[in-house]
Write a protein that binds this ligand. Structure first.
Ligand SMILES: [Zn+2]
Length: 164
């Protein structure tokens, strides 16, 4: 098998392309990404559906008057409505994450899909406790469980600790 060599432009014209970051090799294969994208589309559709239901419930809970004034007067009294709204907020957040992942797959993001956002630039040292097995790429098993994951498990946990 002939070895593939890096193609070099003729000397003199060798200007490095700007605005293109180099990313480490690895990550899921095209077929794997295709499956993950399909999973994301299914997730997105179900989020839209449940968001719509939650919004309906929140509106119903408010009675006839779903105005800002009404919310200010009665918002905290109406537990059910608050609950629907907070669920809706969570759904919206999730929707954004899903959309972001789809955009990445479609090449519209800053980083490629499946690259751990916290490990993308600096690879932690070999013996660092913050390093997961496959960094900087998010392991396929994690993506299959959470296709919109932006971080490897280790970094995700660190981030959640920081928020607590
Ligand atoms: Zn990572």
């Amino acid at each position: 098998m002939p070895s593939r060599r890096e193609e070099k432009p003729p000397s003199g014209t060798a200007t490095p392309r700007k605005g293109r970051r180099r990313f480490p090799r690895g990550g899921p294969t095209k077929d794997e990404v295709k499956k993950l994208r399909e999973a994301l589309l299914v997730l997105r559709a179900s989020i839209l559906e449940s968001s719509r239901k939650l919004a309906d419930e929140a509106l119903k809970g408010s009675g006839q008057d779903f105005s800002v004034d009404h919310m200010a007067d009665h918002g905290t009294d109406n537990f059910e409505q608050d609950f629907s709204l907070s669920l809706l907020e969570g759904e919206t957040e999730l929707f954004r994450e899903i959309q972001r992942a789809i955009d990445k797959i479609d090449g519209k993001g800053d980083l490629p899909y499946a690259l751990c956002e916290n490990c993308a630039d600096e690879q932690p040292a070999e013996d660092s406790p913050e390093r997961c097995g496959t960094c900087p790429w998010i392991p396929l098993g994690r993506l299959e469980a959470v296709p919109y994951a932006r971080l490897c498990v280790v970094q995700q946990e660190l981030e959640e600790e920081g928020q607590a």
